[in-house]
Design a protein around this ligand. Structure first.
Ligand code: CO
Length: 207
């Protein structure tokens, strides 16, 4: 029995297209994984990491979950970070959120069923920490957008506190952590100016 034949057809067409352009494409790709970037993004289907930054297979190491959370207590996220930084030697960690994030919006709503309920707590905590700023905004739309940005900042801070990152910095390795946000309405990324390379300077971003 064959399921989802349209996806397999797409896949065959894609693979054939790659080989038509470059006969050595897959041979070269499986020989080496050397991405310069780790992407920590939302699982949202409208925010496909490689496509929005124009990177090919092999160029971006990706971790995605609901609301682009980075929790050092999450073995999944931590393993991705550790492997990307220590084994793949990425130079940049990009935490990318997006406006109109449903996970972040859930922080404004009522209780959900577990385990999603527990996950939404990440965003509720960010909301709580910035309640005064958020409450001062004129409406829900503005509060939601701002919480999406504040969530990125919280996850960037969380990445920067890990032993994986601080020990790299202590050894003088170049590693920059960035906070970006993606706008679904125009397809554009915005740098939230949170970039840090452990030297105490912010906003420079590095090469
Ligand atoms: Co989202």
């Amino acid at each position: 029995m064959r399921h989802l034949p349209e996806l397999f057809a797409n896949n065959r067409a894609w693979a054939a297209g790659r080989v038509a352009e470059d006969p050595a494409y897959f041979r070269r790709l499986c020989g080496l994984q050397a991405p310069r970037y780790l992407w920590i993004g939302c699982a949202d289907s409208r925010v496909p990491a490689n496509q929005i930054v124009g990177l090919e297979p092999g160029e971006l190491f990706v971790h995605r979950n609901v609301g682009n959370v980075f929790d050092p207590a999450d073995a999944n996220a931590m393993s991705v970070l550790q492997y990307a930084v220590e084994a793949l030697d990425v130079a940049h960690v990009i935490v990318c959120g997006h406006y109109e994030c449903g996970g972040v919006q859930a922080a404004f709503g009522g209780a959900l069923k577990p385990p999603l309920e527990g996950w939404i707590d990440y965003f509720r905590r960010v909301r709580e920490a910035h309640r005064r700023e958020l409450d001062a905004l004129p409406g829900h739309e503005e509060r939601w957008r701002r919480l999406c940005e504040l969530n990125v900042a919280a996850q960037v801070a969380s990445v920067c506190r890990t032993d994986v990152v601080t020990s790299m910095w202590a050894r003088g390795k170049r590693l920059t952590v960035h906070g970006w946000i993606y706008d679904l309405t125009d397809g554009l990324l915005r740098d939230l100016d949170l970039s840090t390379d452990g030297s105490g300077s912010r906003g420079s971003g590095g090469a």
